[in-house]
Each structure stands twice: as structure tokens, then as C-alpha cells.
Design a protein around this ligand. Sequence first.
Ligand code: SF4
Length: 747
Amino acid sequence: MITRRTFLKAGAAIGAAVAGSKLLQTSKRSALAAKEPPKVVERIPTMCEICFWKCGMDITVEDGIATRVEGNEYHPLSNGMLCPRGTSALGILYDQDRLKKPLIRRKNEAGEQYFAEVSWNEALDFTAKKLQQIINKHGAESIALFSHGHGGGIWKTLMKAMGSGTLCAPSYAQCRGPREMAYKITYGRAVGSPEIMDTPHSKCIAFIGSHLGENMHNTAVQDLSHAIGNGAKLITVDPRFSTVAGKSDMWLPIKPGTDIALILAWTHVLIEEEIYQKDFVQKMTVGFEQLKEHVKDKTPEWAFLQTGIEPSVIRKSARMLARYAPASFVHPGRHVVWYGDDTQRVRAIGIINGLLGNWGKKGGFYLPAKYPMAAADIPHPKKYKVFPLIENDFPLGYDIPAQTVMKSSLKSKNKGRKTVKSWIAYGCNLPLNMPDPVALKEAMNDVDFILAIDILPAEITGYADVVFPECTFLERYDAYDARENRVPYVAIRQPAVRPMYDSKPGYWMARELAKRITVGGETLEKYFPHDSLKQVLKEEAKLNGFSFEEISKKGALTQKHDALYDPDNTLKLNTPSGKVELYSKTLADAGLDPLPNYTPPEEPPPGYFRLLFGRSPLHTFSRTTNNSQSMEIFGENELWLNVQMAKSLGIRNGNYVELTNQDGLKSGSPVRVKVTQRIRQDCVYMVHGFGRADKRLTKGYHRGASDTDVISRYKEDPVMGGTGMNVNFVSLNKVDSYKAMQLRRID
Ligand code: SF4
């Protein structure tokens, strides 16, 4: 077993694979360039996986080659449209850098590590043997799964079948977990995805660090366009003049880390001026008196000293929200892990939404419904355990924080204790989505075995022992999607083209492993009784009374749902009191703040800026930063730097800089500076997901910089374990442009 893992960036096997892919690309081009019209033209509906919104998408296929993508008209999340990332779907399907064969890490005679291309049988036998050894020696719970995306469910089934409940997803502690936790505590349910804000009918929306338009979730942006078209007032609170700030009536350039102070001051204004929704508060909430006492001294004048926002502006914006209530809301955000007090910040937002009385109201939050779906009759694994070091870390949390798994894998931090022994990473590029890169590398080196399942040679594959090449979402079936929504729906993902190279669908891989692993003297095949996922889908269509042929033809089926609102405030919520918990006894009983408190943030040291990061409408983190179509339009990220600060540092627009953080960590590649007045002087900002470190990613390698290289610190949310990552500071060192270009070269 190779325990000291070298990060593998390139090898002869990969070179050969790329050559093969070029041949394929050539044949694709010749087919398209042919004079005769295509013989067979099909339009195949499926659902997009460029991000996790899962819009309906129609693929035009000509003689077996996908040539066009469009929004599906039957799917309520796309309404016939796609976002710019969705339209680049063929860029991933026909990416020449794709993983093409299973890979096993080996050592040559000189002791150098390399990836050998192997057959599926060899890769599956080898992987099953390793996992079996770990199960037998350390217990199945020593195997952890990191997953992201719709296909992760299959791997969760395999994990539980093996006996492990050590399942995590960075989308929880590194993204929207605090939001869902805050709403579960306050309203008895998560905001969910798609979010349940009734944006199209809203008359006033406040965004706090929420970059809708840069964060390009299709329906959310369509809804916001409707709201703007209907004349909705927008308020944007952000240290940066974001895209949505440009559409707003008010921009509040807040000092980073002081949002809770602003929200408490808004709450103060609503209560002091008695402009909250009294009937809603009386019938639907508990803890109003405690809240009133809590914000008594949180005046706009007090908040001004923290946030830098003028008291008159705080009052004006609070009154604007109140004027349009209940058809107004403060957006709960999506990527909300900023300062470690994030559940409390989102609770503060939930509380002010309670005062606006917008739960179950037109223009506030609607009441969603789900297309009723029964699952195929497949045995569900029941006996599984979570790794003991992880189990009770955050008792109120509803999921396992990914960094807890990382910390539980470190031998140096857990001397004398049993550590996690193996990682399975499904569609999860951990080096670009986890904080603390030093600890992450140490943990990846400490575990005995890593299996990475991916489409591209994402950085995580460079640390794996075995790599399984999965086919893209355009080449496979996945489980039906039937989430809560305004219009209940069930949607299908089905292959538009045959799997390319030697890539396989996740269901096939998991089933083949299940056949090879035994627990209690039995293989795990009974948990995967169908030969293919298509069979499962057919069975479920029959069970739920719809036609598999019809859904395959349309892409999505919908139902009517009229009970969207609760105009008379009669709802019973799923909280202990059945009401909106302004004051939370659950938090108080757990020894946590029952009402949100404000703590001033740490100041950047002299010469440093707070590092903020966000998104581009063209990209889904590192998932798309090797996609030729997305990269053609947005090919590298930039570092936003305030014009005054640039002047004082002698940095000009377009110069390249290297980032060094407070712990001395440097960015792996330089980043181009965008000198702008659209950002405060105390922070810098960049789009996440760039600065790829693996040379196999020929279009993304060293294009821009990766913020995660310099996110060595994070503050853990005491409620649920979210990793507040906006607590890192960077200094900027100018780099010669020629050197910056040289660094991108792939020899
Ligand atoms: S929002 Fe865009 S990328 Fe995400 S699923 Fe929809 S079309 Fe695809």
C-alpha cells in the first residue's frame, strides 16, 4: 500500500488518453463538417448538472453527436431557459481532458509514483479489496464519503450497505448549512433548494452579501427579473458594488463582518417605530418581548459605529422593507459561511422576516409542495455507524461537517485514537472546496486509501489511489428529481449520447463494488438488485402512475398546487412551539445564544486586506474552470482592489499579484488585478474556483488564482460546524506579467 502520496499531475498514460481523445474530437468535427444533412436528428430532454439547481435541458443530437443545448419548456425550474453555465454543457461532454480509463496509483522501479491505466475489472477488484480490508480491520465507519451532486445518493447507499454512516458533503459546512440550520430552528424547516422566496411577487427585497446575478441560479434570476420588471425596490448590503447592487435602489457598502449589527438595528427600528406586522407577530411568533428587550439599545447610531452605514440610511432601508411588508423580505443568502457566527446571522435575518410577517405570504415566502413519489421496492441498509470521533461534535447540527471528517483523519491531532482510514470522494474536488490546505494535504496523506470518482482530472484525483472515470450527466441516468417547489414536478435525467471513452455511470460502479464486498458473509448486491438505473426509473414510474415514455419525451411532469399562501396566519410550524421562534429555547437549552448577538470582527493587520470570494455567472466553482466554452468568455479570475489602495501600493489595473496570507501561505499562481471604486478599501475580492493546480486541466491550469490556497484559517460555527472563511487576510506582491504568463505553460 502506498501511504506517502505524491500529488500526481501528469503521466504517459494520460498523454496516451489525450491523444485518443483528439482522434475522437477530429471525427466529431468531420461529422459536423460533412456536407450532407445529418441522418438522424433527435431532441432528448434531460436535466442539467453544471450546477445543483438541476434545470430541465433539451439536447439536440445529430447522428449520435450532441450539437445543441436549450432550456426545457416543461420543467418549472428552467421555463424554457438555461443560465449561461447550462448553455456550456457540451464543453464538459467533449472536453479532451476528461478522465478516460480507470487509474491505479503505482510505483515504478525507481520508486516514482504514477497512474497506470487499468481495466474496470482490475480497478474494481483492487478497490473492493482495499475497502474490504479496511472494513474487516477498522470497521466500515472508518470509510468516509464526501459527495456532491445528484449522483451522490447511489454512493450513500453503498456506504450504508457497507455499514458506514460517515457521510458528508462540503455543501453543508462550507456553504449553506448555517442557513438551513437557522431556518430549521426559527421556522421548523430549511429554506431548501430551490429556495422558497416568492420573489416574482415581492415589492421589496434586501440582499445581504447575496450576489444574485453573479450566483446564477436560473429560476432565482428569472424570478428577480420579474420582480424588477414589476417595479420591486431592491436594497443591497455588500462591501462590494455587486451586479445586484447595480440594479438596486439602495447600496449599503457595509464594513465586512458587521452584518449582524445592521440587522439588529433594522429590527430595532421596526419595533421602536411599531412598523412590524402586528397580527403575524401576535399569532405566529414566540419571544417578541425578549427580542424587544434584546434590541432596545441596538440603535442605528450604535450600528453606524460598527458598520459604517449612516443612521439615516439604516432607518430609510428598514422603513422601506416595512412599507411593503408582508410582500418584502430579507434574502436568507445561499453561500453563508463567512465569520463563524453564520447560523446566528441568518437567524437574525429570519427574525426580521418574522417581523415583516412574510412567511406564507405573497411576495414573501410561499408554501411549496412536492410531487408525491414512492420509491422502488429495494431493501434499505439499516445497520450503519458514524465514526465515533465525529458523532457528537455539533449535537444540534443535522449533518456531518466535512472538516470534522478531515480532522478525524489526522494522525498528528489524534494520537492514541483511532482515525478515519479511507475517503471516497464523489464529484467533490476537496483541494478547492475545503479550508486549511495544509491540514487537508496531511489528512489525505494519512488515510490508507482514497477513491476519487470524477469526470475530469480534478485536483482530488491527483491525491487518489484509484480514480474511477464517471460519465457526464449527458451520458447517464440518475434518480428522478422531485423536490419541493411552487409547481410540484418530477424530472428525469437520461443519456443524450452514449458514454464516451471507458467512462461509466455511478450506479454501475457502485453495483459492481457491491457485488465484490461482503458484510456478514453476504455480498451487498441485494441493495442494487436492478441491472441498471433505467430499470429502477421504469419501476418507479409504474408505481407512481405516470408513463416512463411520457416523462422521457417531455423531461418533466408537473402538478397543480394552489395552497401557496396562508393569508390568515393560521399555519402550525414544525418548531417546538409550533410558531416562529424569535427567541429560541432550543438554542438556550444547548447553551447557545437564544437571540443573535453581535461580536465585532478582527481587523486586518497593517498592509493586509480581508479576502472575500464569490462567483461568476459563467462558472460553478472549479466544476467549470476547465470548460472551453465558459473559459472562452471568462477565462481567469481577477482580484478587485480599491482604486485608492492600488494607488498607494503602486499597483495598476491589469498588473499581476501574488497573495500571501497572515500565516505566510501563498497563492499557487498569480492573479490579475482589477482596480475599481466598486469595493471598500479594507478588503479585496475574487471569484472562487480558478488557479487550477493540475496540469492535466489544460484550459484551467494556473489561470488566475485559487482563494483556497490562502484560506488557512476558519472559524467554526458553534451551532452546526460551518466554516466561516472570510477571516483570512492577504498582502499583495506585484509579479512580472511575463512570469505570470510563463507559469501557465504546460510543457
Ligand atoms: S442554473 Fe444553470 S448551471 Fe444550474 S442547473 Fe440550471 S442551467 Fe444548469
